[in-house]
Structures are given as C-alpha cells and as structure tokens.
Design a protein around this ligand. Structure first.
Ligand code: GLN
Ligand code: ZN
Length: 753
C-alpha cells in the first residue's frame, strides 16, 4: 500500500460566493454586459476557488467542474451533441444558452433532477442523426488556466455511460448505451490531449452507476473502461461515483485496467474489503458528506478510513460528492450564533476537514489534535442540546402514530363533505396567484425597514382581497388566498417553525442562474403559533365560497431543506407532519372547510435503488397521513403533486388518501388518470387542464376537450377542474384570461352531462 494519503474533493460550488456568476450570466442575457465580461467573471471565480482549495491543503483539485449553466450541457457541447435546432446559431456562447433556455424560435432542452438532489440538469437529446465530435476546448482551457496558477489540477468530465444513460433518445429504438462505441474514440482522444497538456490524473464521473443497472449495462461499463484503460498515452483514470453504492458496478470497475475509483461512503454502503482488484487501485474514499451541511465526525471518518487500509492500493480522502450541493463557506454567515455554527461545515470547511483527515492518516492523530478536540466538543454540544430532544413532542408523536394514521372511510367522508355544496366538476386553482410588483415592493420595503409589519400586513391583505374578488368575478367554485405572503413554499414555514435555521448567504445552485437557500433543519420541530390562519381566514371573510387553506407537506419541507443526519429521516418527517397537523386543526377551528397539503417533492426523495423505495414511500405516505388525519371527516383534504410521470409513486399517491388530488397532466394528455385507475384510486382528482409553464392562453374548446378525455377515465362525481400548478410565475392578464376559459369550459362540459 502506498501511504501518500492525498486529500481531494470531487467538485466545487461555482455560482460565486456572492452569486457573482448568476449576476454576470443574467446581465449577459439582458445585454448589459458582453461575452468578455462574462468570461472574465468565470475565470475570476475559478481562480478564487482553486486558490482557496490550495490554501486549504488539497493536493488534487478537480478542474472543469465550473459551468456557465450546467455540466451535462457542457458535456453535450464537448461531445458535439447539441440538438440540430441550435446549430445555425453561430456564436458559441449564444448557441449554448439557446440550448439551455430556448429563444423566441427555438425550444430549450428539457430539464430534470440530478439524481436525488435539488440540482437540475439539462437533458441532452440524442437522435439517429447525432454525429458526435470532440470539442475539448473548455476542459483544456480550464486545465491550462489551472496549471498556469500551479494548481495540482485533475481534469474532470462526465463519463460516456452516465452521459448516455441520462440523455434522451429522440427517436429510433434500442437503448442509448448502444451508441457508446461512437463515444469511445472521442474519450480516447481526449485522454491523449489531457496527457499532452500535462494532466497526471483524469476524473471521469459515472454517478449513474449507483442506480440499479442491468447485467448488460454492467458489461458495457466493463468494456468501456477496459478500452479506455488500454489507451496508450493517457493520464491515470479515476472513475468517480457518488450518491450511493456502486453495488455490482464496483467489482466490474475494479476488474478493468483503470487506476482509481471514487466511492461515496456517506450515502453508499459498499464493502470494499471483499472486492478483488481493489488492492491494486487508488481508492478515493468519500467520507466527508458533500451534500449536507454538518460538521464531520472526524474520529468516525478516520475509523472508516483505517478499515480500508489493508484492502486498497492507495487511499485518498475526499468528499462524498461534488461540493456543488452545499454553500461556499460559513464565513458568510454573520448572524449564526454558537453553538449552531460549531455544528456546521459548508464547502470551504469541508475541504479543510478532508485535509485534516489525510494529515491524520499520514502523521497520526497527534498532528491534528486541535481539530479533533474542537470537533469532538462541537459534536457533544450538538448531541446534548435540548433543542434536539423535545421529550413531550416525541411522546405526542408516539401516541398519535401507534394508531392507523388514517381518517374515516372514503364514503363516509364524501357524505360528510356534501355540505360544501359544490357542483359537479368543481373549478379551483392550485394556490398561488401572480407575484405582482406590489408584492415584491412590499417585501423589499419591509426588509429595508421602509414599512413596518402592520403596513406590510395591510398590503398583503389588499392583494388577497384582489385575488378573492377576481376569483368571484371569474366564477371559480373553490377559492384560494393567492399566497402573496410566501417568498417560498418551504422557507415560509421554516421561518416560523422551531428547529429550523435560515442562512443569510447559504445559496446553492438549483439550475442555470437560479439559486435556492435551503433552510437548515437542526432540531426537533415545534410550531409556536399558527402559521397561516390569519391570511386564510381573512380571505374567507371576504366570500361565501369555500376558501382552501394552503400548507406545504412534510416530505416537501424535508426535500427542500438541509436535514438533520442524527436520526432517521422518517422521524424528522413525523415531527414536521405533527406541526402541519396542528395547523390543519387550527384552520378547521377557524371555519376553514377545505385544506390543501402540497407534496410536489414526493417523487424527488425517492431512493435511487428499487430495493430502498418501498420503505421510503411507507414513511413518506405515513407522514402525510399523520399531517392530514387530525381533522373531521367533513373537512376536505386536498393535495397537489407536480410532475406528470408518476411511475413508482402511483400507489403512494393513492395511499395519501387525500379527498382530492390535483396533478400535472395537460402536457401528457391526462395519461395519469389511467394509471390511477389501475391502482384502484377512487377519490377526487384534478388533472391539470392547462400548462402553467408557458404564457400561452388555452382556448375554451381545448380545455373542454381535455375534460372530455378525462371523463372517459373518471366519473364526473370525482373530477375536478384546475390548472397544472400554481400561478405565481405567470402574468395577471394571461392568468385571468386562462382561468376565464377554464371556468367556461367546465360550465359547458357540465351542461352536457
Ligand atoms: N400551492 C403551491 C402554489 O400554488 C404549489 C406549488 C408547487 O406545486 N410547487 O404555488
Ligand atoms: Zn405544482
């Protein structure tokens, strides 16, 4: 065993510590700055990141993980796989952004979730006509920059298997993996170029290998890496995996001639000791969690590392995945008090942890005794903090969850809810109305101290009054208050619940120039006071029609937060569920008869491996039922889910047992209704009848014909009429027009029943 023990990470944040890249990219799109200024900002951010990582003591630094928009799009450019429709845009930067965001005449690539993270990547489109061709300029350019700065650079790319598995096959048959032979010569050529440019190692990311793969897929992996390893002039090859276990892919990779493998030992559970071939490999051990914000238990991580010593050829310490998924640094958090601060580590702090662990391996624990002592004290203070262990809360949950977590039967509820007096095909919306200029100004004024809380509330009330009046005028049957007071559907609740902490600068890239600031869920969740009743009851006071209370569900709150890692997620979910349950009971007591609990993220947290999925779905559904079973049978529970391909979660949707479920469906022609029928779903359902992602106003006939399609699958008694999703990103004029058409279409179809 080589005992050099290097320290590395698998990737870095890139949006800028102050979101500089976001600003520059948006200024470029708006024509306020030119390409030179944009490129200069990128170069500065890269240089700054490398300098910081070098100062931290990392001795191998990934280069090429920077992106102006997305790494899958960068890979598509590198492989000459941009769609035909952007090919006549001459300027490379404009062509790139056209593929990312579309133009007036060109549709963008689709966007989807990067594995089970909150990052979204662009889905390359591969058609039979795609002719792959290597364009190594971005990677070689960044490598040259890094080497000029004396950075111990390890160029990093997405591997051919992951690239093809994550791309979309535009037409033709077979799997895209069949095209791998067209990519191999390009990767081989790239290896040669990187070696020529002085790279000693190359990092080839293959995260797709941590999901279930067929034996045929694994055979392709084997062949691909045998062939790349056979390239004569090449750097040492590190195949990087992250977000889970490699499973069968691990022995396959170990049997090839590659030089190193990066394994995620935080999210994954591969046992390395028994894998033949690993004794000759460089293993990059991801023991520092790259996607959560907690300080690493150094002694435990060291224990894990020590157990590997006998089984691997050489060992490097690393983060479990790219640091793309955590904020830059704790230094930017000025309002963060102790001891909470001491419990955390963001990107910069995680790099230091990696170096500390490598130093401990090289020189023994004594060499890092200060860091280990500080870490131990921080962990102890976290373990013993009373905010993490509220016994009365835990007892309440135990008492509630020992029962069935259910409500009365569907028929009993249906009868009890007749008093709502709704017509057949009731019309409603998903919750939010357009975020107007007045709303943004009021929020900014409150933040700047220009207005006080009372004035802010008055302004929000006037927004609510407008939205209620509009819905009355349009003739909708179930009204909403419009959510003007919510900056974000998770943050709004996190700010009011105990156990959450909101960062000031904890921005993380979500996609392109869009960043989110997930709250940190660190303790037991308490609800000190009602969170929504004031707004909902105000809206209800303005109308005779029922107003839907609007809450975010426990799974979605977890999915869009950094969650605690010291207890099973299922337990945390029940705590959030209890807070939501208390809110539903308060809303009911205040006279609200319909309550919607949104779970748009139900599918996002689905584990990557099928074997883990049922256990997740069980606790996720259980948490939703805990949240929604505190109300009377006469109170109608709605839920809303945000995607059109339900696949593995379809039974779970039925399991939620909400009286009414609204879903995205317009673009997929009501397909979901057939899927729901197959699992025996017999509750209310509102398949979205128009796509809110586009400003286009749907015609009355178009909506009516979708409704008729829906009626072929669902009896009228169960069918609701609503848009695909909330309206907050839309303009007022187009929203009004669209909803007018929606109501008209519902009336005409209703008249024909
Ligand atoms: N009630 C939310 C809204 O209308 C739901 C948003 C969502 O599904 N993402 O905005
Ligand atoms: Zn939605």
């Amino acid at each position: 065993m080589d005992t050099t023990f290097t320290a590395t990470v698998l990737g870095s944040p890139r949006i800028g510590p102050r979101r500089e890249l976001k600003r520059a990219v948006e200024a470029y799109w708006a024509g306020r700055i030119g390409a030179d200024a944009l490129l200069a900002t990128g170069a500065e951010l890269r240089a700054g990141m490398w300098a910081q990582q070098q100062a931290a003591g990392l001795d191998a630094i990934p280069v090429g993980t920077f992106s102006h928009y997305d790494q899958m799009l960068d890979t598509a450019v590198m492989l000459g796989a941009l769609p035909e429709r952007v090919s006549d845009i001459d300027d490379p930067l404009d062509r790139y952004f056209a593929a990312a965001r579309g133009t007036d005449t060109v549709a963008p690539l689709e966007m989807t979730k990067w594995f089970d993270t909150n990052y979204h990547y662009l889905v390359p489109e591969i058609s039979p006509g795609t002719r792959f061709a290597l364009d190594p300029s971005k990677l070689l350019g960044e490598l040259a920059e890094a080497r000029a700065q004396d950075v111990p650079a390890r160029p990093a790319v997405i591997g051919p298997v992951t690239f093809l598995l994550l791309s979309k096959k535009v037409d033709g048959s077979g799997t895209l993996l069949d095209r791998v032979d067209e990519l191999l010569p390009l990767y081989a050529e790239l290896l040669g170029l990187l070696a020529e440019a002085g790279a000693e190692w190359v990092q080839i990311d293959e995260p797709a290998l941590v999901a279930d793969r067929t034996a045929d897929d694994i055979a392709v992996v084997r062949r691909v890496y045998d062939e790349l390893a056979a390239v004569v002039q090449r750097p040492a090859i590190l195949v990087a995996s992250y977000f889970g276990s490699l499973g069968d892919a691990l022995p396959a990779l170990a049997a090839t001639g590659i030089d190193g493998i990066a394994v995620d030992l935080v999210a994954g559970a591969d046992t390395l000791a028994t894998v033949p071939g690993l004794a000759r490999k460089h293993v990059v051990a991801g023991v520092v969690d790259g996607r959560n914000v907690w300080r690493t238990d150094l002694e435990r991580a060291l224990g894990t590392l020590v157990t590997l010593l006998g089984s691997v050829g050489s060992l490097a310490v690393s983060t479990s995945c790219s640091l793309l998924h955590v904020p830059y640094t704790l230094d930017a958090e000025t309002g963060l008090e102790e001891p909470l601060r001491s419990w955390l580590a963001f990107g910069a702090e995680k790099s230091v942890e990696v170096v500390t662990l490598a130093t401990a391996l090289r020189q023994g624990l004594d060499a890092v005794v200060g860091a280990v002592d500080a870490g131990r004290a921080a962990l102890r203070s976290r373990r013993e903090d009373p905010r993490l262990h509220d016994q009365s809360l835990r007892a309440r949950i135990d008492a509630l969850t020992s029962g069935t977590r259910g409500r009365g039967g569907a028929d009993i509820r249906r009868k009890a809810q007749r008093g709502l007096g709704l017509p057949l095909l009731p019309t409603t919306t998903i919750g939010s109305y357009p975020q107007t200029r007045e709303i943004r100004v009021a929020r900014a004024d409150l933040r700047k101290g220009v207005i006080d809380d009372a004035e802010y509330r008055r302004r929000m009330q006037s927004q609510i009054a407008e939205v209620v009046a509009l819905q009355e005028e349009l003739g909708l049957d179930v009204l909403v208050h419009g959510e003007p007071e919510r900056n974000d559907m998770v943050q709004y609740f996190a700010e009011q619940l105990g156990g959450f902490f909101a960062t000031e600068n904890g921005w993380v890239q979500s996609y392109g120039s869009r960043c989110v600031r997930p709250p940190i869920l660190y303790g037991d969740v308490r609800r000190p006071a009602p969170m929504t009743t004031e707004w909902i009851t105000y809206a209800q006071s303005l109308t005779e029609k029922p107003v839907k209370g609007m809450l975010t569900g426990p799974v979605t709150i977890l999915a869009w937060s950094f969650v605690r890692d010291d207890q099973p997620l299922a337990e945390t979910a029940d705590q959030v569920a209890l807070a939501i349950r208390d809110e539903t009971v308060d809303l009911q007591a205040a006279g609200i008869r319909i309550i919607q609990v949104d779970e748009p993220a139900l599918r996002e947290l689905l584990p990557l491996r099928a074997a883990d999925q049922q256990a997740y779905l069980d606790w996720a559904v259980g948490a939703f039922r805990l949240a929604t079973s505190g109300v009377a049978d006469s109170t109608q529970i709605h839920t809303h889910l945000c995607y059109s391909e339900f696949g593995e979660v379809i039974e779970a949707i039925a399991g939620l047992d909400a009286d009414v479920t609204s879903l995205e469906a317009a673009r997929s022609h009501m397909e979901v209704l057939g899927d729901l029928n197959e699992v025996g779903f017999d509750l209310g359902v509102g398949p979205g009848v128009y796509d809110i992602h586009s400003p286009r106003v749907p015609g009355v006939d178009e909506i009516a014909s979708l409704l008729k399609e829906a009626l072929a699958a669902v009896p009228a008694e169960r069918l609701w009429v609503n848009p695909d999703c909330g309206l907050k990103t839309r303009g007022v004029a187009e929203t009004t027009e669209s909803l007018r058409h929606l109501v008209e279409a519902a009336r005409s179809v209703r008249a024909g029943l």
